[in-house]
Design a protein around this ligand. Structure first.
Ligand code: ATP
Ligand code: MG
Length: 212
């Protein structure tokens, strides 16, 4: 099977602290891979490193056929990270338009469609600073899925959503998986992990292990 994600000996040290410790991971089958672990264990750091936002201290990351070089971003990749990152004085539509202009893979019509899909049809023209928590989360998911990436990273992506939103996006993620997308998902919600994940890893103080 072709590589989807391969992490070899990945460590990250910040200010002398070893925050990711010799992480190994190999994914070659599409599916949903969960990562659990207590607050501060390193889940979000791992995701940011895979996303190319942090440079490893040691080790290598390969996404599909591409080794991530310093400053490079993986191709066919989308992510909901814990960083926020939208421009508050721009509308949801304008934010997605700006982000989509990096790769130029989708049209304005497709941006409207994805806003509609995530339940932000009437809020698309509203400034993001006036969004509720759940609306921002929906916009983050829209941003992550809009270019139909083959690898999707979801860091607490269902947090802040109403009940109907949680049900809807669980189905969306399962549907994406069935269409061949690979998803890495960090969550503190046991139900999300049990319902969605094919395999579960545990992060413990920067060390990643398969969970039994
Ligand atoms: N930019 C940074 N500089 C220094 N330390 C950082 C930085 N980002 C994260 N850390 C530290 O790295 C460790 C792991 O943080 P991380 O955000 O990955 O945890 P997490 O597993 O995602 O936790 P949570 O479940 O609360 O989301 C923490 O000790 C945190 O303080
Ligand atoms: Mg986190």
């Amino acid at each position: 099977m072709d590589t989807i994600l391969q992490i070899e000996g990945l460590s990250k040290k910040i200010n002398g602290q070893l925050l990711l410790n010799n992480i190994e991971m190999k994914i070659s089958t599409p599916g949903i891979y969960g990562i659990v672990g207590r607050n501060g264990s390193g889940k979000s750091l791992l995701f940011k490193t895979i996303a190319g936002l942090l440079v490893p201290t040691e080790g290598k990351i390969k996404v599909f056929d591409q080794y991530l070089e310093k400053g490079a971003f993986p191709k066919s990749f989308g992510a909901v990270l814990d960083t926020g990152g939208f421009l508050p004085h721009y509308s949801g539509f304008q934010n997605l338009k700006l982000l989509s202009s990096i790769k130029n893979l989708i049209t304005e019509k497709e941006i409207r469609e994805v806003l509609d899909f995530v339940g932000l049809r009437s809020a698309g023209n509203k400034k993001v600073r006036n969004y509720s928590l759940g609306m921002k989360q929906r916009l983050s998911i829209a941003q992550a899925i809009m270019e139909k990436p083959k690898l999707l990273i979801l860091d607490e992506a269902l947090n802040g959503l109403d009940e109907a939103g949680v049900d809807f996006f669980r189905k969306v993620f399962l549907d994406l998986k069935n269409k061949g997308t690979t998803i890495l998902l960090a969550s503190h919600n046991r139900e999300d992990i049990e319902l969605l994940c094919d395999e579960i890893y545990k992060m413990d103080n920067g060390v990643l292990k398969m969970s039994s």
